[in-house]
Design a protein around this ligand. Sequence first.
Ligand code: TEU
Ligand code: CA
Length: 532
Amino acid sequence: MTPWWQSAVIYQIYPRSFYDANGDGIGDLRGIIQKLDYLQRLGVDALWLNPVYPSPMRDFGYDVSDYCGIDPAFGDMADMQALITQAHKRGMKIVMDMVFNHTSHQHPWFKAALENDPHYRDFYIWREPKNTRHKTPNNWRSAFGGSAWRWHHKRQAFYLHSFLPAQPDLNWRNPEVEKAALQILDFWLAKGVNGFRFDVINLLFKDPTLRNNPLRFGGIGRPYEWQQHRHDRNQNETHLFLQRMRRHLDNRGDILSVGEIMYDKYETCATAASFCGQQDELHLTFNFELLHAKFSARALHLALQRWYDALGKNWPSITFSNHDFPRQISRTGRYKQAEKARLLAMLALSAKGTVVLYYGEEIGMQEEPVRKKEIQDPAGQFYWPIYKGRDGCRRPMCWDDSEYGGFSAQRSWLPVSPAAPKRNVLAQQMNPNSLWHFYRSLIALRKEYTCLQTGEITLHPVQHHVLYFTRSLGKQILHIMLNISPRPQSMPYLPNPRDACLLNSRPAAKSLPHELAPYQGVIYQQAQGSQD
Ligand code: TEU
Ligand code: CA
């Protein structure tokens, strides 16, 4: 039996921005429930929700103050239970986001730690100052700016925060922390959820002696990237914990674990792959090289080949967008974006791996940074203007052409895209040639052809800007050709007259026989018995 997630198309929902059912400008769980029929029509198999737990929202839910509750902005536990039930009724699974590297500073554990409560005092990473409190324990930096150490007056000690000071890092060397975390997983499994996405999971364990990170000379970007994260990431103990957690989850059924591995541009996806272990750690991890790759046949070919090679027997995930990164369509350059969006969709849904789509991708939502005074993301507030933050990919979903894009009855927490009157779900559903319908056909095709789900993949050498690969399972053989160039190119696979063209991204484009039009993608099924 293949596990449910292996053949799945997972749809990532940023709950604040999906649909606002009670009209307060913030998306909520009731809103997601109201859109379940929409998601079912699109054909996705599972929903991954970014955190919906009680939180002071300094990092919009990634600062959790209660892992077993629901933030009132999103609804309550009855709404969550209803969402799980209603999703299951429609054959959709639910994946929760788990933030185990840190909690909110408002979490009762942190409060108890401040009181020197014997059970909680070592739940976080504390260091007494050596001689002066002005000297931090080491050179580690926070991803969101400044030192990773914060002085706490009450404990007269520093605590570690890899992100905001309002997100103190948990001390995973304390076995009680692991116990508490596994209990939280069980709490959610009892509610019926089908899997977890683990936030920055390679950060859990830190070097026990807190050695300084080596500096990276000539570093660019944020100061956080000017050092090699040798001692604050990727410790062996994290792998050992993931093995224990994998056994814990496997004992509880067909439960997905997918991890976000933080690595920088000096590393490769092999770092991400390593956290799948020997099929005994995480089921899946994300590959950020696919989000960084240039939109060219060579770059995408290389990123995919590297990913498959690094994974070995582990299963791939394929994703081009998420809530931390500029939206995919805007990374392809301005020219012919509509055609390019289709190529990315074809690539995601026909390459080998579990697909994770990001809400709004199906209607081609763009990256739209907000004005300085509208910035909500703490990373954007800290680094502006060298880094403008992540609000541009978190704008409300555009449902229709009404005043607030059909997202809310009033002004939303982030401004609705100015393109909403033109680019929205309703308009695209009414146009059979829209990107939305293209996504829907692709997802349906994937369901119909098992080889697109679990078949083997062969990436062929790139010639003339055409990304060409074959998927095969038993007698089923599909040829996928994507012309990632503004010029016509000849087909690397010459279809047999009996081959069926299953999908064409530009049906109206004129091209010579055996030629692909600019930015055209096609999927051919090789007729049985015919020669390659
Ligand atoms: O993100 C990890 C992370 O640090 C980056 O992707 C981050 O967005 C980048 O450095 C830009 O500043 C995870 C979550 O996905 C993200 O939303 C959270 O903010 C972060 O962890 C902290 O929990
Ligand atoms: Ca709301």
